[in-house]
Ligand binder design. Structure first.
Ligand SMILES: CC(C)(COP(=O)(O)OP(=O)(O)OC[C@H]1O[C@@H](n2cnc3c(N)ncnc32)[C@H](O)[C@@H]1OP(=O)(O)O)[C@@H](O)C(=O)NCCC(=O)NCCS
Length: 151
């Protein structure tokens, strides 16, 4: 939960989707340093509900490797693609786009309507959510070597 709260400030929201989701965990020396939660949604798509890496392990490539592994697992499952909701600015947006996600639509006022406290990054309040999709069949070129992760 400590990890999941880094990506989603609402424990209630996390608990609501955790039961019917799959959670992937990245370990370093037997310590959980990253997590990613996915669940099936309509149209044979899978939604990435949460991805987080512990602050002291961020920026080391763990999140990218975790996401690549999850993309591979979702592809193998036969789903049509992966969808994620994120803010309209910030490094997280580039993080997903670097892995081939593209903007699909905008959920206006999402953060205003669903979170009681303002979510502020770089001095700007998040108000709208971008919905991004990665549809399988598109070519994504990413460097690096995937490593084993526990499911
Ligand atoms: C998003 C997150 C999962 C990425 O994991 P990570 O292990 O840090 O990612 P990587 O090391 O593979 O780096 C991916 C990119 O994000 C950038 N990045 C990672 N953490 C960053 C930070 N705190 N501030 C700015 N940029 C950051 C890296 O510089 C890298 O960019 P580059 O490829 O141009 O060098 C992780 O930063 C995190 O847990 N953030 C907090 C939770 C969160 O916001 N989750 C996503 C919700 S939409």
């Amino acid at each position: 939960m400590e990890l999941l709260l880094l990506a989603d400030p609402s424990e209630d929201a996390i608990k609501e989707y955790l039961d019917d989701s799959r959670c992937f965990v990245a370990y370093a020396d037997d310590v959980a340093v990253g997590s990613c939660v996915i669940r099936p949604i309509a149209g044979q798509m899978v939604e990435l509900m949460n991805i987080a890496v512990s602050p002291s392990s961020q920026n080391l490539g763990i999140g990218s490797r975790l996401l690549r592994n999850v993309i591979d697992e979702v592809k193998k499952s036969g789903a049509k693609g992966l969808e994620v909701g994120t803010g309209t600015f910030g490094y997280q947006l580039s993080f997903y786009q670097r892995h081939g996600f593209r903007v699909d639509r905008i959920d206006k006022d999402f953060f205003l309507q669903n979170y009681p406290d303002p979510i502020v990054e770089d001095g700007i309040q998040h108000k709208d959510m971008l919905r991004l999709t990665l549809e399988f069949g598109s070519v994504v070129q990413i460097g690096g070597i995937p490593r084993c992760l526990e499911n």
